[in-house]
Design a protein around this ligand. Sequence first.
Ligand code: BGC
Length: 733
Amino acid sequence: MNEFIDDLMEKMTLEEKLGQLNLPSSGDITTGEANSSDIAEKIKEGKVGGLFNIKSVEKIRDVQKIAVEQSRLKIPLIFGMDVIHGYQTMFPIPLGMSCSWDMDLIEKSARIAAQEASADGICWTFSPMVDISRDPRWGRVSEGSGEDPYLGSQIAKAMVKGYQGDDLTKNNTILSCVKHFALYGAIEAGRDYNTVDMSRIRMYNEYLPPYKAAIDAGAGSVMTSFNEIDGIPATANKWLLTDLLRNEWGFKGLVVTDYTAILEMVDHGLGNLKEVSALALHAGTDMDMVADGFLNTLKESLDEGKVSQQEIDQACRRILEAKYKLGLFDDPYRYCDENRSETELFTPENRQTSREIAAQTFVLLKNDNQILPLQGKGTIALIGPLADNKENMTGTWSVAADFSKSVSMLDGLKNAIGSEANLLYAKGTNIVSDPQLDARISIFGKPTQWDKRSQKEMIAEAVAVARKSDVIVAAVGEAAEMSGECSSRSDINLPENQKELLEALLATGKPVVMVLFTGRPLTISWEKENVPAILNVWFAGTEAGNAIADVLLGKVNPSGKLSSTFPQNVGQIPLYYNHKNTGRPLADGAWFQKFRSNYLNVSNDPLFPFGFGLSYTTFDYKNLNLSDSTLTKDSKLTVTVDVTNSGNQNGAEVVQLYLRDMVGSVTRPVKELKGFQKIFLKKGESRSVEFTLTEKDLRFYNSELKLVSEPGDFKVFVGTSSVNTMEVGFVLK
Ligand code: BGC
């Protein structure tokens, strides 16, 4: 590779090198018109390194042809896309996927996504998004794996493995891009693109681990984030991109900016486009997404001595290396196999897998009197603005999906029930009541299907339908585009008009099951108090309706566990399980104590804690045991616990292990996830679950940012959620 690239770079002019650093957006070129597209001339002149979000092998082949036949050096383009949770077969949104706590399934979903994307011309995905976030006001929590660095790191690894496989040159593996580096999830007030300010010790212990895990797993590229870090936007942050990423972590791949991130540094107040482009290159950015800053200004900066030839060469080399590793120099059409695109996309097998995975991501939040599973007999009233909507089933980021092929909840229930039960339907209300808000969220081909009738009229119809039923299933929540990029909300309640619908349905006296669609934790205190059963289904992908029916009717027993805390109200945010104790912690079980750390108006408790999720069966935990009461640097501790399925259904349970370091040179969290196992138990079955702990599991970054463990007392907690645990102690010698 090195020789090949040396040779190639010998031949390249400065302009051609700068062309490689350029990743413009072309829009989705019309079929057959690649040659006359706006971008074609630039490609011929060698001013383009890659393109993204072009859909279909045919168009990609046409564009690639321009590069390898009509540009001077015939360097192939790299084709990227936001393949975030599936390509055509959509899987649940990442936040939902993380609630499966099933790394094999997560890897499998990424594998299928890579398989499909690569069959359609794509060789680079802008995924995984691993930004830890503790602020559900931020719409992009839907794209990540929640609040926990340990769980987030496991998922980051699984995704990278799924996309890249073990050989990037294979035509069904694609380059992954871990994003958004770094700390994007910690933006102030949950307002997208806002400022981040964070101590190094918090970064290292709580926010950086998933990025590092993705890089250790071999992620070939990294995307810079929009936010600043220590006052310098990530894209120009030399400490971040060079000292940390390359020197400390040993990252050898390619760094691409986020969309127009270089240009945005003008608004950040760092200078004009020429100045910020030079800063970005100098910091360690290799490829400029859409800003045209590298292409148009670096020559002048070089002439003025503001950047060096070596810096330009370095960036160019990294892009060429990525192309080389993908095998594009061997065969620029490696990912352009029309036969594959006809046979490998949206296959029945992939859809079946998506359905199975989706059911694993649902979190049963409440189930009084075992209303669920439904009997599938009598009359079921399906009511709500998300019941008969295909377009909103896949959630945010579904660039290549054909929404008309998604399964709505109404269709899913019809498929499952057949003639066994009577299924009635009414819309009940719109997703939101404000038409302006409705327009803002009816984007990217995902209409909410606004109903012009009055709220009163729709509710009256719904109540009439509900009265005829034995059980009401209410399909409520957010529209797909109420979360995702630039979809922050300062109020994360269920929209008021939907709450009114629920009130009217509850007033009929019939049992109500709430099926909640959401891309973030919501403040549903009232719903928790009043609705007897709540199943959170996130946005479950192509097969949403079928998967929801599988769980509602008990074909699949829900086993999802929350990967992010649900707060009682927005005033508690940020609320997360692995917080510090403070010097004035509230006594266990207390709500308010004067001069302790708490609120006058609300307890410190979450509405639903991290790790929480019910099942149609119950699990008992007994005999938490440690193999020893001490651990040394060279020994191992075995933690065992007996788990029994004590209910009446077979089911899966996520057994969770947390640690607390009781005394440290710096303050330590009250609990940190350090292990989990998802096990399946038949009713009545027991299993002894075993975890191994070593000194490595106790390490953290101290105030000098050294990764250390410190001798002393530790507690181990094992249980069914972050709050419902048994505990034992040991000493690290
Ligand atoms: C997003 C990225 C995405 C990029 C390219 C940006 O607006 O922040 O996550 O990969 O667009 O589509």
